[in-house]
Design a binder for this molecule. Structure first.
Ligand SMILES: NC(=O)c1ccc[n+]([C@@H]2O[C@H](COP(=O)([O-])OP(=O)(O)OC[C@H]3O[C@@H](n4cnc5c(N)ncnc54)[C@H](OP(=O)(O)O)[C@@H]3O)[C@@H](O)[C@H]2O)c1
Length: 248
């Protein structure tokens, strides 16, 4: 087992990629703390995690709620070995249509929430620990209507480098996983009509060299590689899981 007895904190652990990672990390021997906001989904994850895991509600837009998660983890486990800072959301809007609230929400979850999750978890991470951030194929692609989401994901890619450089002397690695279009509820929350969503999905799928959407489990396996000692000499980089979309 690749994460035997490791303590793994997974944000966005209630759905999609994070939920797939929770399942996989647990199968690989980790004690998992899953963070999300949806009470119903948190309850389901809690049942799946059993006695040695934890599902916690926290809105990552509020740093005080991240503090609370870290306090509970410190009291219960005393350390974090793996942090998968994965929670995120996106809103589609053209240049003219983007509102201040759209911009704030995406930066507050995808960048501010992620940054403070890392900052607050690091005191619990010892030498040999691993941090994995979720960025996106959008960090290098220009896609109409996704300016703010893409900018947040470029910021996340940048953080893997800068924070990786800061933490390398302490023996803590930080890498990013960069998903392409993945079959999760993510796109359905972008504020598109059903028709727009269908056109968007078909348009993106048509551009993927492997000619299909990816599965959350395929991203989770890349996150496992970065989380585990299999990647012990890998830091500051990203593993791209996008069917070739951003590469060809
Ligand atoms: N799906 C894709 O095509 C794709 C492509 C590239 C990158 N990504 C990235 O992959 C990551 C996971 O997305 P996904 O596809 O798995 O989407 P998802 O199924 O919608 O999952 C998003 C997760 O983030 C959590 N979350 C959202 N806002 C939060 C907040 N304010 N506080 C705490 N948790 C919050 C959600 O928790 P609740 O539901 O409990 O609120 C949920 O667990 C995101 O960072 C996304 O940008 C996805």
């Amino acid at each position: 087992m690749k994460l035997n007895n490791k303590i793994a904190l997974v944000t966005g652990g209630t759905s999609g990629i994070g939920l797939a990672a929770v399942t996989l990390f647990r199968r690989e021997g980790a004690k998992v703390v899953a963070v999300g906001t949806d009470r119903e989904r948190l309850k389901q994850v809690e049942t799946q995690l059993g006695e040695d895991g934890l599902a916690m509600a926290a809105n990552l837009r509020r740093p005080a709620e991240i503090d609370r998660v870290i306090e509970v983890v410190r009291d219960r486990y005393g350390r974090v070995d793996v942090l998968f800072a994965n929670a995120g959301l996106g809103r589609a809007a053209s240049l003219e249509a983007v509102t201040e609230a759209d911009l704030d929400e995406q930066f507050e979850v995808n960048v501010k929430g992620l940054f403070f999750t890392v900052q607050k978890a690091v005191p619990l991470i010892a030498r040999g620990g691993s941090i994995v951030l979720t960025t996106s194929f959008l960090n290098t692609k220009g896609t109409p209507g996704l300016s703010i989401l893409s900018a947040t994901k470029a910021a996340v890619r940048s953080l893997a480098r800068t924070l990786g450089a800061e933490l390398a002397p302490r023996g803590i690695r930080i890498n990013a996983v960069s998903p392409g279009p993945i079959s999760t509820p993510f796109a359905s929350k972008m504020g598109l009509s059903e028709q727009e969503l269908k056109a968007f999905a078909e348009g993106v799928e048509g551009q993927v060299p492997l000619q299909r959407f990816g599965e959350a489990a395929e991203v989770a396996r890349a996150a496992l590689f970065l989380a585990s000692d299999d990647s012990s000499y890998v830091t500051g980089t990203e593993v791209v899981v996008d069917g070739g979309l951003s590469q060809f």
